[in-house]
Ligand binder design. Structure first.
Ligand SMILES: Nc1ncnc2c1ncn2[C@@H]1O[C@H](COP(=O)(O)OP(=O)(O)OP(=O)(O)O)[C@@H](O)[C@H]1O
Length: 263
């Protein structure tokens, strides 16, 4: 399922947060959204999820305008894994994962069994089966993140939107999490801060800077030292690692945000 954004802008709090975004996100592709803090990554994901509506421009999912989809239909097609998922309810892990089935609820007699199988499968894939009876409130940050992935997979979406999904995860779980997403998820768009993880797992990347999309394309074409310098204000060496065989980013110096727009 593709996303097509034509001249999309989004305003909030009296200012333009995203400016004239033109993008086509191809179906079946794992796309990373990169950019500094406050550049507009979450805002872009929220537009794709239908949480926000564009102030101007058009956003299409496949051949439909996203705005024309009813919320239940949207929830069947798109799962959003938020940066800070919370609930005030006293739920078990299984209850949380079961929430992913709500958009698919049906009166068909076999639905309960189908839902149960789907929930078990999603928990197994996200490596949280052993947590199934634990209270959500007692989980660590990393455990919650994996449970949220299970909820999103139980939703069986056509598009998976992930907002900094590897926050809270140790290195092993970061790799396992993104590998699982690559194996089982359909079209994926993930905001990521870790450029090495982006290089390892993304097919394409979108780079957002000060509310503008300044680059979009295959990760190996986009991710280079000039981009890291321009967007993050960091001098870095970006090279193909001799053992891992993928792009790695080693920072040399920086930290000052001397951002200029990349053309
Ligand atoms: N509802 C809102 N009202 C006003 N300003 C907003 C709103 N939502 C986001 N912003 C502002 O828009 C800008 C982009 O925010 P966004 O959360 O999209 O950035 P981000 O790239 O995801 O940042 P981070 O990496 O820090 O999570 C920020 O300056 C933020 O304060």
């Amino acid at each position: 399922m593709s996303f097509t954004l034509t001249n999309v802008s989004w305003e909030a709090g009296g200012r333009t947060i995203l400016h004239d975004v033109d993008l086509k996100i191809q179906p079946g592709v794992f796309t990373g959204v990169l950019g500094p803090n406050g550049s507009g990554k979450t805002s872009l994901l929220h537009l794709l999820a239908g949480v926000h509506r564009p102030t101007s421009g058009e956003l299409r999912l496949g051949d439909m305008s996203l705005a024309s989809l009813r919320s239940r239909e949207r929830a069947r097609r798109i799962a959003l894994l938020e940066q800070h998922a919370t609930t005030g309810l006293d739920l078990t892990v299984r209850d949380v994962v079961e929430l992913g089935r709500i958009p698919h609820r049906s009166r068909w007699p076999g639905a309960v069994h189908a839902d149960a199988a789907c929930i078990e499968r999603a928990m197994h894939r996200s490596r949280v089966t052993e947590l199934a009876d634990r209270r959500w409130a007692t989980l660590s940050g990393g455990e919650r993140q994996r449970v949220q992935l299970a909820r999103a997979l139980a939703q069986e979406p056509e598009v998976l939107l992930l907002d900094e999904p590897t926050n809270h995860l140790d290195l092993g779980h970061q790799i396992a999490f993104l590998r699982t997403v690559r194996e089982v998820a359909p079209t994926t768009v993930a905001a990521l801060h870790d450029l090495d993880l982006a290089a390892a797992f993304c097919d394409d990347v979108i780079v957002v800077h000060r509310g503008c999309v300044v680059a979009h394309g295959p990760v190996d074409d986009v991710l280079d030292a000039a981009l890291v310098s321009e967007v993050y204000g960091v001098d870095a060496v970006v090279e193909t690692h001799p053992v891992a065989g993928r792009r790695t980013v080693v920072w040399v110096q920086g930290g000052e945000h001397t951002c200029r727009r990349v053309s």
